[in-house]
Design a protein around this ligand. Sequence first.
Ligand code: ZN
Length: 101
Amino acid sequence: MSEICPKCGLPMDIHACDELAKQSVAQIRVYTTKSRYQKLVTIVEGLKGEELGSTTKELKHKLACGGTFKDGLIVLQGNHKEKTVAYLQKMGYSKDVIKLN
Ligand SMILES: [Zn+2]
């Protein structure tokens, strides 16, 4: 008997909450701005809940950079706009919802 997902009630091996969460994202904005220390940071805006933490972790790992998340924003140290967009697509986010500014 496999474990049941607390969110959707389906067995863990067939549920698709993660995929559904990705598909339900309306829009993701990716842009760079200057931090208060005048360093460039890459911002990913539009993710919420669990997606925020897990995506931050994955992007930090893939880009080999520092980063954090808060209030619906992912903040990555450095300019990683193009790579971030590419990785977000690989993670399953539709390129239609990702806006590169
Ligand atoms: Zn589920």
